[in-house]
Design a protein around this ligand. Structure first.
Ligand SMILES: [Mn+2]
Length: 394
């Protein structure tokens, strides 16, 4: 017998599907949240037969269970953990641990892709084109590489996963992967997925208007409440408000926090671990601890949302040789313009001390410090007219 304890997201369920394709009736699969894994491990150690081979994928035990698993392994063997989370890398030192964040070719891994390679190498499963494509879609979604590759199919696979129950998804995929020579969605799924993409877009648009900005422990965070589409929300808000170091997504009902960043200079697995969680460099999570509750809920509750830059301007555009006009909620006017090789900032017509070597740095400064946004063309024109009047009077 085999038992698989895995995550309840697409990557974790991908492992469950592979396990059932490989072992059929001989495997028992349990899907877990990060929190419920440790209970399942304890249950296994106390109740399951020593003959049962335990797989753990896409999740890692707490340090107490890490120790217990190691003792069990030294006596019985029969344990294999496979993971790709940066915060689990220490488990790679154990005989039963296999943790790879990036493969030799430099590609980010996923639990499903690692488990697939493992099952093939052990002759438990034979590679097929359909399986290989399915595994690659899961990997691209989980590592967010789908976006760079514009692989909408990978995103759709995850959307479909959340549209149906885990059982239904599992059953449909197992059938499709064991019969088809290629992996694809059927017509009904395609229609559903189009509707779902529209819904996600509307949801994100609303979240863009609700985000507040706060400085927490040396970093600027954007804080938002959302129960669904965390990765999509985190990514879109991260791009819209690129001056923020990371995005905090609060799920109050679940008392959970997701952390997302689009930047390389921030490691949100370290931020999550400060609040007792973990994950990847660009995507992580923790529970809503008292400290996190203070930082992200209490301290931000009275804040007004930050505003998006005007999008349809023809004149007041970023990096313009004529300068770009921003304002904030206090009606301060910020003006960024080039002078020789540098970018200068004026606040309410007074030049600020520091100049910047790039427009982006200057803009980041005024957005972090003053929460300002690019104003619409009409305000920009008013501003320039005033400037011209002033100079013709003097
Ligand atoms: Mn994963």
């Amino acid at each position: 017998m085999y038992k698989l304890l895995t995550h309840n997201d697409l990557d974790g369920v991908g492992c469950g599907i592979l396990a059932k394709l490989a072992f059929g009736e001989d495997v028992k699969v349990r899907y877990n949240s990060v929190a419920s894994l440790n209970r399942e491990i304890e249950f296994f150690l106390e109740n399951d037969s020593k003959e049962t081979f335990l797989f753990i994928t896409d999740l890692s035990p707490n340090s107490e269970n890490e120790h217990k698993l190691d003792l069990y392994y030294k006596e019985n063997g029969n344990i294999q953990l496979i993971d790709h989370h940066k915060s689990a890398i220490h488990l790679d030192d154990y005989g039963w641990g296999y943790v790879v964040v990036e493969d030799i070719a430099g590609n980010l891994t996923s639990a499903t892709s690692l488990f697939y390679e493992y099952l093939i190498s052990m002759d438990y499963l034979a590679a097929t084109d359909a399986l290989t494509e399915f595994v690659e879609l899961v990997r691209q979604y989980d590592t967010w590489e789908w976006e760079k590759n514009e692989n909408q199919k990978a995103h759709s696979l995850n959307s479909l996963f959340y549209l149906v129950s885990i059982e239904e998804f599992e059953e449909t995929m197992i059938e499709r992967l064991s019969t088809g020579s290629q992996f694809d969605f059927d017509e009904f799924e395609k229609r559903l997925l189009n509707m779902e993409e529209d819904k996600i877009e509307r949801y994100i648009r609303r979240k863009k208007r609700e985000i507040v900005q706060v400085k927490v422990r040396d970093n600027y965070a954007g804080v938002i409440y959302a129960e669904s589409y965390h990765s999509e929300v985190g990514n879109e808000l991260g791009k819209e408000y690129a001056h923020l170091d990371y995005i905090v997504i609060l799920n109050m009902g679940g008392k959970r926090i997701s952390y997302r960043t689009i930047h390389d200079h921030v490691d949100v697995s370290a931020i999550a671990s400060h609040y007792g969680g973990g994950g990847h460099q660009k995507a992580s999570g923790s529970t809503l601890t008292h400290e996190a509750y203070k930082h992200f809920v209490v301290d931000t509750f009275q804040l007004e949302p930050i505003q998006e830059d005007a999008k349809r301007n023809r004149y007041n555009v970023k990096k313009s040789a004529f300068g770009s006009v921003y304002k904030n909620r206090k009606d301060d006017i910020l003006f960024i313009y080039p002078k020789k090789d540098l970018w200068v900032i004026e606040k309410n017509k007074k030049v600020l001390g520091q100049n910047y070597s790039s427009f982006e740095e200057a803009e980041k400064f005024i957005k972090r410090k003053f929460e300002s946004w690019l104003v619409r063309d009409d305000l920009f024109v008013d501003y320039l007219i005033q400037e011209v009047k002033k100079s013709s009077q003097s």
